[in-house]
Design a protein around this ligand. Structure first.
Ligand SMILES: O=C(O)CCC(=O)C(=O)O
Length: 365
């Protein structure tokens, strides 16, 4: 990727440090991987890159037609996999092409221009990765993370200041994805036999955020990670692999698998909040993004969550009063959930694990 002369992404105080890999890349090339990007103790994937996990496919059209087989498949997939590819999602290819073009343009902007959106001290929204300590290992990616809903939570210097064309395209795309997320959550609520009067208000004008990541090629991809292992702090996440380059890996039954999926499909995954609401019946999936030595990769992940004022915990209808281990998770306000999530670096499912009830005395429900 062509990048103008490198600018320092780093602020002056410890709390304002933000990094992005592009500051190390000049004239389209980087020969040596910087030390703070090298991670030697990564768990390897099961295969040598030639074997891929085939994640289940769910057909949105069939769900909407209330095809019972498809609904059953959605239920078993969320229980056993926590991830699927969604086909016939109804988002037009012309919109996806436009989105691709706009996002590529954005990442081609000079670094100085993107730094207008730099993550500010104490915040987690904006361009770049927050560096919390000097010895922190960094991800091989340039990313932009922003809250987009509720509208009044948009920071004036972020989403509203994006190039007009990108902003308009994103706005349309995100509305479409919100529609899909709500529809899927509606089916999921019913499949789980949740009390919809309890569940639906949580997501009314729910939080929506988006992470757009550009992973440049890396001369030694096996030494770095594009995005470290994590599960999402969302209800559900919808991922689109913008330029069709693969790189997603999932941890299934303790083993890492590369995932290949159809370019026209979205990848939907169960997030930690859905695992909590379902009292562990559905499982969020741990995943990571890898990079390669030849091609840049771009992804856009849309996270859909309950509103900030909501309190989340296992839905009452799902708790089994005679099961001693039920509920499995404590209740927590969304505001605290989000603050805690962003206070730490991504680290597998550790954030969710902190919410697990270890003995009946901790049960605050
Ligand atoms: O780039 C990808 O494939 C994964 C992105 C992701 O997991 C995220 O943004 O949370």
């Amino acid at each position: 990727m062509a990048v103008s002369k490198p600018a320092s992404c780093f602020g002056t105080s410890h709390h304002s440090m933000v990094s992005c890999i592009e500051e190390y890349i000049t004239n389209d090339s980087l020969i040596k991987v910087p030390e703070n990007y090298i991670i030697l103790d990564q768990e390897p994937p099961i295969s040598d890159g030639t074997v891929f996990a085939t994640i289940p496919t769910i057909d949105m059209k069939q769900l909407v037609l209330i095809n019972q087989e498809e609904l059953k498949k959605l239920h078993s997939t969320c229980k056993e996999w926590g991830i699927f590819q969604l086909v016939n999602h109804g988002v037009h290819s012309s919109l996806l092409n436009k989105l691709k073009q706009e996002i590529e343009e954005f990442f081609k902007l000079p670094l100085e221009e993107k730094m207008r959106y730099k993550v500010r001290p104490g915040d987690f929204e904006g361009y770049g990765t927050v560096v919390k300590s000097l010895d922190q290992k960094l991800d091989w990616g340039n990313r932009f993370y922003v809250n987009t809903n509720p509208i009044n939570t948009r920071k004036p210097y972020l989403f509203p200041e994006l190039p007009t064309s990108l902003r308009n395209t994103l706005e349309t795309y995100l509305l479409e994805l919100q529609r899909i997320a709500r529809t899927l959550l509606g089916f999921i609520g019913k499949l789980l036999k949740m009390n919809m009067e309890e569940m639906e208000p949580l997501f009314e004008d729910g939080m929506q955020s988006v992470r757009i990541t550009h992973y440049p090629p890396c001369p030694k991809p096996e030494l770095v990670i594009g995005l470290r292992p994590h599960s999402d702090g969302s209800g559900i996440t919808i991922l689109h692999q913008v330029n069709g380059v693969q790189g997603l890996q999932i941890k299934k039954d303790g083993v890492w698998f590369p995932v290949n999926f159809d370019n026209d499909a979205f990848v939907v995954n169960v997030g930690d909040i859905l695992e909590i609401l379902s009292d562990g019946i559905y499982k969020s999936i741990e995943h990571r993004a890898t990079v390669n030595s030849e091609k840049e990769r771009i992804s856009i992940a849309m996270f859909f969550m309950p509103k900030l004022e909501a309190e989340i915990g296992p839905m009452t209808a799902l708790r089994d009063p005679i099961k001693p281990s039920s509920p499995s998770f404590m209740k927590i306000g969304m505001k605290k959930f989000v603050e805690d999530f962003f206070a730490h670096n991504l680290d597998g499912k550790s954030h969710l694990e902190q919410m697990r009830i270890r003995n009946s005395k901790e049960n605050t429900a």
